[in-house]
Design a protein around this ligand. Sequence first.
Ligand code: FNR
Length: 391
Amino acid sequence: NEVLQKGLQYERPPMTFKNLDWEGLAKERLSANSFGYVAGSAGTAETNEKNRAAFKKWSIVPSRLVKADFPDLHVDLFGERYQFPIALAPVGVQRIFNPDGEVASAKAAAANGIVYTCSTAGSTSIEDVAKANGNGKRWYQLYWPKNEQNDITASLLSRAKAAGYNVLLVTLDTYILGWRPSDMDNGYNPFLRPDNIGVEIGFTDPVYRKHFEDKHGKTVDEDLATAAGEWASTVLPAKSHCWEDIKFLQENWDGPIVLKGIQTVADAKAAVEAGVQGIVVSNHGGRQQDGGAASLTMLPKIAEAVGDKIEIIFDSGIRCGADIVKALALGAKMVLIGRPYIYGLALGGESGVSHVIRSLLGDLDLTLHLSGIPSVDKKDLNVERLLYEEY
Ligand code: FNR
C-alpha cells in the first residue's frame, strides 16, 4: 500500500520493479564466481527449471463483488504471530555478494517485518546477525555436523538460542554440496576462499576452535585456510544423519524444529512421527539434486497427507506475488525467498534487499486483493477457491 500511495517517491536503489530482471542486473554487477554461485543449479538445472515451470501449471481464478479491504497478511505459526507469510531463506556466505552481507539482509528483514533465517554457512557470526536484526524475528538454520561432533552442534544451538533465534530449521538435503557445473567451471568454492569469508560462524565457535587447536597445536587464526576447509567438511560431512538422530536436536533445542528439504509424502509423515513442529517443502532451489520434481508439484500432495498435523513452509522457485499466492493456496503457511533477495543484496545492499521484500509484499497484497481473497487464512486461500490446474 505504502509503495502505491507514495508512487515514484518511494525511495529505492536503482532497481527495477520487474522481478525477473533482477538476476540479469545482478549478473552485470557481480564477479563471475559470485554470480555463478547464486544463480547456479545442480547438473543440467532441470530441477530448477521445473521449480519455475510448475507455477505456470496453476492459474489464479478471481472472485468478483467481494467486499473486502486490503487482505490480512498475518499468519500464526508455532504459537507466534507473524506480520507476513514470507521469510528470507537461509543463504550462506553473503559477503561474496556485498561487503555488508548478512548484516544488510538481517536489517532489511527486520525493517520490513519479516523473518530472517541465519545460515550455518554464514560469513557473519550468529551474534552479529542477531545484533543487526535487533527486534526482528529470526530463525536459525543448521547444517548438522556429524554425530561424533555433537558438541559442536550443541554449541551452535546454544549460541543461537542465546542470541534470540526462536525456530530451528534443519537442512536435510545438503550433507554435501551438489554437482554444480557453474562453480566447477569457475573452480570456485566460497567456503575455501583465501580470505575465508565463508566461515565466520565456525571461526567464532568456541567448541570448533578448541577441536582445531587440540588437533593442530595452533589456533584457528594462525591457519585460517586449513580451518576454513575443516569447517566446511564439519558442517557438510558428506554423510546423512538418520531419523533417530532427530532426538538429539530435540534434547538440545527447546523451541520449534523444522526439517528443511522434504520432498515426499513418506518423509513428511516421518517428520510428523519424529515429533517435529514443521517441514519446509524444498529442493534447495534445484541446487542439490538434479532431475528432480518441482518443489511446488510435491506441495499439495504433502499438504493433503500431513497439513493438519504439522506446519508446512515452502520454498524453491518463488519469484513474484502470484507465486506466493499459489504456494499458500496449495498448502503452505509461509514461503521462503532465496535467490531474489540475494540479487537485491548485490544490487543495493540493505536497500536492495528491502526493495525485493517490499516488491514481493506489494505484489502479493494486490494479487490477493484483485482475486477477491481477504486473507491468507486457509478458509479464504485454498486450492478449491482460488486455483485452476491448466494442464
Ligand atoms: C542457498 N540455500 C541454502 N539453504 C540452506 O539451508 N542453507 C544455506 O546456507 C543455503 N545457502 C544458499 C546459498 C545460495 C547462494 C542460494 C541461492 C541458496 C537454499 C535456500 O535456503 C532456498 O532453499 C532456495 O534458495 C530456494 O530457492 P529459490 O528461491 O532460490 O528458487
